[in-house]
Design a protein around this ligand. Structure first.
Ligand code: GLU
Length: 548
């Protein structure tokens, strides 16, 4: 390739390759340290799958004395959204997952291996693309998209592999004269790599998560520099992960089939390829019992923000994701109920390598309930308040002005080990739970107490109201409930009732249910004795008198 052509292809002043190499010395890290990264496109949205990937990469790096960095992959300028980096960093920061290096919220960067935003690295990619063209490893391609479409159609018709390769790579063997002519005619061009691969050769790929795989070699002359002068993902991946010192690339399995291409490119550069870890994509079960990818369009939970907005405890989300990564998490948690979640030793050999990780809300909620059950009332209160300040300001004010009462409510059946209450899975549930403290039930749904007859309900309420005292201890309180049961023809315990059901209208459980529903409007609540105590004498009598 003549210098004239090179200058026409790359008219801008480009940095010297030797200078670039000098600028990125190898990292001084302990032996076997892991350097990994999250490399999202700045689309204004952090998909839960990207978060999952970033968390996995972060664990891998930080559990192996290494570095975790954030790289902004903004080479698709059309999809770029302002403020997207902030969205990513805030979403990660919410869970305490902070990159050691990379783009920062204020537009600055931290770290010695930047710039960490691809659009700011244009000259670096171009310098290497130019070097490849010089060496004959890449060439300009002047095919229009219509040319490419037409060629694809022909290939399809003939039952051939579609793509720009071999004898279908029309611009691969243009002469210098032809290239010059096209350039002088100002024909738009892109730069393609000249693949030296043969599809019939098999490449052995060692993936950290998928194991040993054999795949056909890459034969496509893929695009490395686009019309706008920016690189494609493939080329940027090679250049960036090399110079940024990435040792492990954790990414979604949609990239697995590109590994032969990437290995080929690393070889062409004479660089050592990183280790790859391709994780399963997060899936969900649809209404028809079929697995499908979690979709931005269909599923609100595709956006990691969803979990912050709905007040999911951060630790529970992390626990759930670790649980998806390593099935052994649950046993670890059982053996270590009080250790921080980040102390879990994520084992890469045990990460599921199946085709999809099933995201299941039932399991997530169960983990949430366990996580909240382990917290103190004060912790639940302050987490709920933090959440409310951000997403429910009116509720936050209410929490602050009733702090003592709310803490007392949260303290019911808490701190008693395995028997601790497990009714709260997220901070939004606290709001729901508090509704009956703030307001008496407006209307008692008759179905809640069916088939109990109205006259019995009234009588139970009246009788209990006469003897209730908020000063009573729990035994006295319960004896009073039993007293009302006896007086109204209900057995004082289940055993008695079951022995002779026809002798009674029901059991003390039915009586307690009447009181619970009248006081709270619900059939299921934490300890009713405690609830009544918090509501106080006057309020309890008021609520019982609604029917009395
Ligand atoms: N920007 C790419 C993506 O979001 C990054 C893949 C990678 O981690 O290398 O899929």
């Amino acid at each position: 390739m003549t210098p004239e052509i090179l200058d026409l292809l790359f008219p801008n002043e480009l940095p010297d390759i030797k200078e670039i190499v000098k600028k990125y010395p190898s990292r001084k890290l302990p032996e076997n340290a892991v350097v990994s990264r999250l490399a999202p496109s700045p689309t204004g949205y952090l998909h839960i799958g990207n978060f999952y990937q970033g968390f996995m990469a972060e664990r891998l790096a930080h559990q192996n004395r290494g570095v975790f960095f954030l790289r902004v992959e903004d080479t698709d300028q059309a999809r770029k959204v302002d403020g997207a980096v902030e969205i990513v960093l805030r979403a990660m920061g919410h869970y305490g997952i902070m990159p050691d290096e990379g783009a920062q919220i204020d537009g600055s960067e931290r770290g010695e291996y930047g710039p960490y935003t691809q659009s700011k690295r244009k000259e670096i990619y171009q310098a290497f693309a130019k070097e490849w063209v010089k060496k004959g490893l890449a060439y300009p391609c002047f095919c229009s998209s219509e040319d490419i479409d037409l060629m694809r159609k022909v290939q399809e018709k003939q039952g051939l592999r579609p793509g720009y390769y071999g004898r279908y790579a029309r611009c691969r063997d243009l002469t210098d004269e032809q290239i010059l002519e096209n350039l002088k005619a100002k024909k738009p061009f892109i730069i393609r790599m000249r693949s030296n691969g043969n599809y019939d050769n098999r490449i052995v790929v060692e993936d950290l998560l998928k194991g040993k795989l054999s795949m056909p070699d890459n034969e496509m002359d893929i695009v490395i520099i686009k019309k706008d002068g920016l690189p494609t993902y493939h080329f940027a991946h090679i250049v960036d992960d090399h110079f940024m010192g990435t040792t492990h690339v954790v990414r979604g399995e949609e990239w697995l089939s590109s590994v032969p291409l990437h290995l080929q490119m690393f070889k062409m550069m004479n660089w050592q390829a990183p280790q790859y870890a391709h994780h399963a994509l997060l899936q969900k079960m649809d209404e028809n019992g079929k697995r499908r990818k979690i979709s931005k369009r269909l599923d609100p939970e595709a956006n990691i923000e969803y979990f912050a907005q709905n007040g999911y405890p951060q630790d529970a989300v992390l626990e759930y994701l670790l649980n998806l990564m390593n099935a052994s998490f649950e046993d670890w948690r059982k053996a270590n109920p009080t250790i921080p979640v980040m102390d879990f030793p994520l084992n890469f050999k045990k990460i599921s390598n199946t085709a999809g990780a099933l995201f299941d809300f039932v399991k997530l909620h169960s983990i949430c309930r366990d996580v909240v059950a382990r917290m103190t009332a004060d912790e639940v209160f302050s987490e709920t308040l933090n959440w409310a300040k951000q997403f429910k300001p009116d509720f936050a004010k209410k929490l602050e002005s009733h702090a003592d009462m709310v803490k007392a409510v949260l303290n019911i059946e808490r701190g008693i080990g395995a028997k601790s209450r497990k009714d709260l899975s997220k901070w939004a549930d606290v709001e729901n739970e508090l509704t009956y403290y703030f307001e008496a039930p407006i209307k008692i749904e008759p179905s809640l107490l069916a088939p109990m007859v109205e006259s019995d309900i009234q009588k139970i309420a009246q009788d209990f109201a006469k003897i209730y005292s908020s000063e009573d201890d729990k035994d006295t309180w319960f004896n009073k409930v039993k007293q009302v049961a006896t007086d109204n023809g209900f057995a004082t315990n289940m055993k008695e009732y079951k022995a002779n059901p026809s002798d009674y209208k029901g059991s003390v459980a039915d009586v307690a249910k009447v009181l619970r529903v009248l006081v709270t409007g619900r059939t299921q609540t934490p300890d009713l004795y405690q609830i009544m105590k918090i509501l106080g004498q006057k309020e309890v009598l008021n609520r019982l008198s609604v029917v009395a």
